[in-house]
Design a protein. Structure first.
Length: 154
């Protein structure tokens, strides 16, 4: 996962993880009891996470982040988790727009929004510093009206 997740080198201790969990709990409280991120549990193990890295309440936009451990990939786990997050974002959080950004060369990460009906709206040059270089990102968006018009059950 390190190839595409620049924050991994900043988690060096149990305290680092604890601080992250405390920040997530605070966000939960600040968001009126609605969580913004979720652990993905598969067969009793933490397989990954999916959630909103940012929620702009005024403009009703959520920015999604996700990762899945290598041994869990290829089983449709992230697709189901991501679909659930989209439903949650539109129905419970009242979002109008959900955004995803992924490194151009990160084919696995880009396949998910493409599979779920997001529109690639453009590219951002040198959008992220990954260890020793800048990488460009593809930028995707999905509107609430597009999700519902896709004949998904209400």
């Amino acid at each position: 996962m390190r190839e595409w997740l620049g924050w991994l080198d900043h988690i060096e201790s149990v305290e680092d993880s604890l601080n992250n969990i405390k920040a997530r709990i605070k966000a939960f409280a600040d968001n009126g009891g609605y969580p913004e991120s979720f652990a993905i549990i598969y067969n009793g193990e933490i397989a990954g996470t999916v959630g909103f890295n940012d929620v702009n309440k005024f403009n009703r936009i959520g920015v999604v982040g996700y990762w899945l451990g290598e041994k869990f990939q290829g089983n449709g786990i992230m697709t189901k988790a991501f679909e659930s997050l989209i439903e949650y974002g539109f129905r419970e959080l009242g979002l109008n727009r959900i955004e995803v950004s992924a490194a151009i060369d990160n084919k696995k990460s880009r396949a998910l929004p493409e599979k779920l009906g997001f529109t690639q709206e453009g590219e951002r040059r040198q959008a992220e510093w990954l260890y020793d270089r800048f990488v460009d990102h593809a930028f995707y968006g999905l509107l609430a009206e597009e999700w519902h018009s896709d004949n998904r059950e209400d």
